[in-house]
Design a protein. Structure first.
Length: 329
């Protein structure tokens, strides 16, 4: 089958070890299901894998991809289970609760231990297969597994905010930040965002932000929580922008993970820092219901054929995106 995979790892030039070619189809595995992939989105995790973060050269070749939407190949034989031919989306954390893996197996995301989703077929534990929200296209549904689930967990679990509260989303434009803006707006939160790009600030306002500012700008008031995925470049602003007793919810550090900690301000103002990696299977189920009920549609920046994966990866690497970059399989 055709697939996009890491042929090796290269920290300085990740695109150089990205390959498109033939790879073996998933082998049958008890309590797992195979899906014919239609769309798979590109995440920073895929670039980190190419750089050797969480993936060693000994684990290559490894099919990349942590998200997918597609068609279920075979029935899942449980009461009211999904049937062959159903359109589905995937929860791609494996080993979080024992479904389909050996007892005590460490949790991983597809493309770390098990082959990923950027292929004609992929496989996950059957418990990780969910019906695609009826209001979404395949491309939109392919954005949900990593970026949207992470944003859902950041806003509604880690940040602990309620309707009427105010949040700051750092770095408008990426998949997590656009999802956080839309989810928070739909839930009745006031949303501030930052971006160096005037165009991205304008687009953030179009999808639900209440205020858009240049990085480092003093906000109209302190926020109840900050959604932080940028890292070193925005950390100081995040610490200064959250109210005493508020929360900084962190899911990434695209500009570096070694900012000045500003510990005096953190402890003196009782600021809580909470890390997030995606979310639980139950969170994913809630996200799917919310997206369908509120008729939310993930923002798609651009789409590429599988053969054009290097161009898609380059676009994400250059941070030249607003929303998600999706591969058509």
């Amino acid at each position: 089958m055709r697939a996009v995979y890491a042929s090796n790892v290269n920290y300085d030039d990740p695109i150089s070890v990205l390959a498109v070619g033939e790879r073996p189809e998933p082998e049958p595995r008890e309590y797992w299901s195979t899906i014919s992939v239609r769309s798979a989105s590109v995440n920073h995790h895929d670039l980190w894998s190419l750089q050797g973060v969480g993936l060693s050269d000994k684990q290559t070749p490894m099919i990349l991809g942590t998200d997918a939407a597609g068609v279920l190949d075979d029935d899942i034989p449980v009461r009211k289970g999904l049937k062959a031919g159903d359109e589905v989306v995937l929860y791609t954390f494996v080993g979080t609760d024992g479904n389909g893996v050996a007892p005590g197996e460490r949790r991983t995301i597809l493309s770390e231990k098990y082959q990923g989703t950027m292929a004609e077929k992929t496989a996950v534990p059957s418990a990780n297969v969910f019906a695609k929200p009826a209001n979404l296209t395949m491309d939109e549904a392919a954005a949900l597994g990593t970026s949207w689930l992470t944003a859902y967990s950041l806003v509604f679990s880690a940040a602990g905010v309620k309707p009427g509260d105010t949040i700051l989303v750092q770095g408008a434009g990426g998949g997590v930040s656009t999802a956080a803006i839309m989810l928070a707006h739909a839930a009745g939160l006031e949303v501030f965002v930052t971006s160096r790009s005037e165009e991205k600030r304008a687009k953030a306002l179009e999808i639900g932000a209440d205020g858009a500012f240049e990085p480092g700008t003093r906000l109209p008031r302190k926020v109840d929580a900050v959604i932080e995925s940028v890292g070193a470049a925005t950390w100081s602003h995040s610490v200064k922008s959250v109210r005493p007793g508020g929360t900084i919810a962190v899911c990434g550090a695209t500009t570096g993970d070694q900012p000045g900690a500003e510990l005096t301000r953190v402890f003196f103002q009782d600021i809580r820092v909470q890390g997030v990696t995606m979310g639980t299977r139950d969170d994913f189920a809630r996200l799917l219901r919310f997206v369908e009920h509120a008729d939310l549609h993930p923002v798609i920046d651009s789409t590429y054929a599988l053969a054009d994966a290097p161009a898609a990866f380059r676009k994400v690497l250059d941070c030249d995106v607003f929303g998600k970059v999706v591969l058509h399989v």
